[in-house]
Design a protein around this ligand. Structure first.
Ligand SMILES: [Zn+2]
Length: 452
């Protein structure tokens, strides 16, 4: 029997909630109840929340005060009213972040968050605890579709929190172990020679599931298949997050770990947007947010089945509301309702979340996400792109602006060298970074084939 899991689930987690006044389990029950009510009931629930949020926004948020005349429409049909608000691009939000702060927010209680930006443009914003608790609940609901519960042991193939001090890291590890029952295998540092060690770590921890980025999971899986190693413990699922999972990667991971791979679609600045059920549908958390899909050029709504930009309006964040926030991903909503019993809408495709894997001088592989994490700690970096031209040559492209600090550039270079080894780094300060064919600027690009 998994003793730690049940101790966490029944004692440690409830105790933590009581002490901190958290409501993750209550929210989870609420979300589990609403996942199969009729679509009309779901829509009503969403509309009621949206009405309140919009009323709050035009009354208390400086950026939205000019839309106060929409009040009657907000009362009558909040979804229609929402469409009258402008699409909020990351650039516009970054320029004027302060204006999105609600006057009613207790700033001492707000949670600061910063994205590294998968597109290489870091961003800072605030949330309240309430919002984070709904994100967590949405994640646990998604996991529950694979029979995974709060407290179930998990191995993360993940980046280590490099911005934390040694002491903070120890504290973080304790918290991970005691409350979340998780351990981390560093994804920034995967080495084929250490595979047996990793496998031993996993087998002695006996996780119920594994969690990580598609590229890191696929790399790990390819090591296992190459060396013909199988885990001796059964897994319920491998969860991919943050990156697009390609069919060949899914195949590789499922083969290596002998269990299904499920997708979590989340973003630091967008919450837990969708989770894959055991029937392979990526269901969106429509109780937590309004998701719109609009045409890339005209920003007008597109029909289900057609691809467009996803706009997110988080329904719980009252301290810094972002209405119709353009996340940067291209998605399509399914036109048919799902047949699995869940009434939550389904996303058919997500594009534009790929990161290249880099090769370090010592032969280890580096997930492209690593550079995003380095940039996250450097406040004057507005936009960046790292390109590995050859195994020992890297271009660091930075968008030039008045506030760009030389010390941040140096720190970025050190971050790269510390991880990759003494590679040659060419810094280019440019006016803009051109997007790839997909329309999305990629933060990490490798320009040569990996020798495996
Ligand atoms: Zn489903």
């Amino acid at each position: 029997m998994d003793l730690t899991g049940s101790v966490i689930r029944n004692i440690a987690f409830p105790l933590m909630e009581k002490v901190k006044g958290n409501h993750i389990r209550k929210n989870l029950r609420e979300l589990r109840d609403s996942q199969s009510i009729s679509r009309d009931e779901l829509k009503k629930l969403q509309k009621d929340r949206l009405r309140q949020l919009l009323q709050h926004s035009v009354t208390h948020v400086p950026a939205y005060r000019e839309f106060a005349s929409l009040m009657p429409l907000i009362e009558q049909d909040p979804l229609l009213a929402l469409a009258r608000f402008p699409v909020l691009s990351k650039d516009a939000f970054r320029e004027d972040t302060e204006k999105y702060f609600s006057e009613t927010a207790d700033r001492s209680q707000c949670i600061l968050n910063r994205t590294g930006g998968s597109t290489g443009k870091p961003l800072t914003f605030y949330m309240d605890r309430h919002t984070v608790e709904y994100y967590e609940a949405a994640r646990y609901r998604g996991l529950s579709w694979s029979n995974i519960r709060i407290g179930d042991p998990c191995v993360m193939i993940w980046g280590s929190p490099i911005e934390l001090s040694q002491q903070a890291q120890r504290k973080q590890r304790m918290k991970e172990r005691l409350l979340k029952n998780r351990i981390v295998i560093p994804a920034f540092n995967l080495r084929k020679e250490q595979l047996l060690e990793y496998v031993k770590t996993i087998e002695s921890f006996r996780p119920v599931y594994i969690y990580g980025w598609a590229t890191a999971l696929a790399l790990f899986a390819s090591f296992m298949l190459e060396k013909n190693i199988k885990l001796s413990i059964p897994l319920k699922a491998v969860v991919n997050t943050a990156e697009t999972l390609y069919p060949h990667q899914r195949e590789l991971i499922e083969q290596a770990f002998s269990c299904p791979v499920i997708n979590e679609y989340g973003a630091r600045d967008g919450g837990i947007i969708g989770y894959e059920c055991s029937h392979g549908h990526l269901h969106v958390s429509m109780e937590n947010a309004v998701y719109e899909v609009v045409d890339i050029k005209t920003l007008q709504p597109v029909e289900p089945g057609q691809k467009g930009l996803i706009l997110v309006t988080d329904l719980h964040n009252y301290v810094m509301p972002r209405l119709r926030y353009q996340l940067g991903d291209v998605v399509a909503m399914a036109s048919e309702p799902a047949s699995c019993g869940l009434t939550l809408p389904v996303l058919e495709s997500i594009e534009g979340r790929e990161n290249d894997t880099f090769l370090a001088l010592d032969g280890s592989f580096i997930n492209g996400q690593f550079f995003t994490n380095v940039a996250r700690t450097l406040s004057s970096i507005k936009q960046f792109q790292v390109v590995q031209q050859t195994p020992n040559e890297v271009v660091l492209r930075l968008v030039n602006h008045e506030g760009l600090k030389q010390e941040d550039i140096e720190a970025f270079k050190m971050g790269i060298i510390n991880r990759m080894g003494e590679v040659m780094i060419h810094v280019e300060c440019v006016n803009e970074i051109a997007p790839a064919d997909s329309g999305k600027v990629r933060a990490a690009i490798r320009n040569f084939a990996l020798q495996r």
